[in-house]
Design a protein around this ligand. Structure first.
Ligand SMILES: [Fe+2]
Length: 242
């Protein structure tokens, strides 16, 4: 069974459609979503509807999903993120918000696979896993072999010894005696200097993970952000992946 692991889509419909097409072409049978379907870009409804139309195994809730479906104030958000979150609230239907509210913060799929948006130790606090110390806190709560997460928008792989340097070709062969925290990167707003959309392909039978990047129609997404009146910075950053 091959799973496509996608997350931090952030209402970028052009990136999501490119990733779905690529993943299906690579033989992905099911999709898993690590949260932040909405926020920042201009197609939250279209992205939720496309995601729900796929053969989805599980979807967990991200911080932008949570802010979009509740009346929580935007503490911790920078002004551009808060602006986009407010805009997203105004453009989602009651039904879309109810669906976002129904999503769990973390989910175990089976003995080998689980998902969370931010961290496993305190998933609702929206902390970041950027280094081995933050990864270590999550490993204390991890039962399955692999936990996919997002939130930083930077693809990365950790095992209990620290950050795993990903070999050429971005293929990770999973050692059966190890546990892994794997960040699949961001579909809709990459921040690692590579503007192409990111996702992971998890082959449960072959015990391997591939980190993929896909070019997409950045200009069309930028045009929609500008037409929606969202902050210019949110459009501009898509071209640089920062
Ligand atoms: Fe995000």
């Amino acid at each position: 069974m091959k799973y496509a692991i996608i997350g931090d889509i952030h209402a970028n419909y052009e990136a999501l459609t490119a990733v779905v097409e690529k993943a299906q072409g690579l033989g992905a049978a099911r999709f898993c979503c690590i949260g932040d379907i909405v926020g920042y870009n201009a197609n939250p409804v279209e992205c939720i509807d496309l995601l729900r139309s796929l053969d989805v195994e599980v979807v967990v809730r991200g911080n932008h999903d949570e802010y979009a479906c509740t009346e929580t104030d935007f503490a911790g958000f920078n002004p551009q993120a808060a602006w986009a979150a407010e805009w997203t609230r105004e453009h989602l239907s009651r039904e879309h918000k109810a669906w976002l509210r129904s999503l769990p913060l973390e989910q175990t799929v089976n003995t080998r696979l689980m998902l969370v948006h931010a961290t496993l130790d305190t998933p609702g606090n929206w902390g970041y896993v950027f280094d081995k110390w933050h990864a270590a806190a999550s490993f204390n709560y991890q039962r399955p072999q692999v936990c996919f997460f997002g939130h930083t928008h930077v693809p990365s792989v950790f095992d209990k010894c620290g950050r795993v340097s990903v070999p050429t070709g971005d293929v990770i062969t999973l050692e059966t005696t190890h546990k892994y925290m794997i960040n699949a990167g961001s579909v809709g707003q990459p921040r690692d200097g590579n503007p192409r959309a990111a996702f992971a392909l998890y082959d449960a039978d072959e015990k391997r993970v591939e980190l993929h990047r896909v070019a997409y129609d950045v200009e069309t997404c930028q045009k929609k952000v500008r037409q929606a009146g969202l902050p210019e910075r949110l459009a501009a950053r898509l071209a640089s992946g920062r």
